[in-house]
Design a protein around this ligand. Structure first.
Ligand SMILES: [Zn+2]
Length: 130
């Protein structure tokens, strides 16, 4: 264990991006098993080897920059998914309109008949049936 610690000294180690790479590699190998397209195995090695390379890398600054970029990407993908989820759940009880002036998305409750909608952003008014 001591030897391993000495070996890892000054090396980057494990982070979220490495974890994601390993998950990605595992996913590809699962897909390979399911589809029996054996050539995909080679593809599953790529993220895994890159994960190893990152863990043992001594260029800590570079690796943490990569991790930051990954976290930013993950955050934006996550928030997009959340918006789609909210929208899907919301369509049962609410209707969505886009402001014709500023393109702001506006959510109004369903079943209120013809109403005047005021855009919360630019205060433009328009009439819609809900
Ligand atoms: Zn507007």
């Amino acid at each position: 264990m001591n030897r391993f610690r000495n070996f890892m000294y000054g090396r980057y180690g494990f982070d979220q991006f490495t974890k994601a790479l390993i998950i990605c590699s595992l996913l590809i190998s699962v897909i390979t098993t399911l589809t029996r397209i054996n050539l995909l195995v080679i593809l599953s090695y790529i993220p895994f080897l890159y994960a190893l390379y990152r863990s043992f890398s001594k260029d800590i600054q570079r690796r943490s920059q990569e991790n930051m970029a990954y976290l930013r990407l993950e955050g934006s993908v996550r928030s997009k998914f959340n918006r789609i989820k909210l929208w899907l759940v919301g369509t049962k009880t609410h209707k969505y309109y886009t402001c014709s002036k500023c393109k702001q998305s506006i959510r109004v409750p369903r079943g209120k008949g013809k109403i005047v909608i005021t855009c919360p952003k630019c205060k433009a008014e328009f009439v819609r049936r809900t």
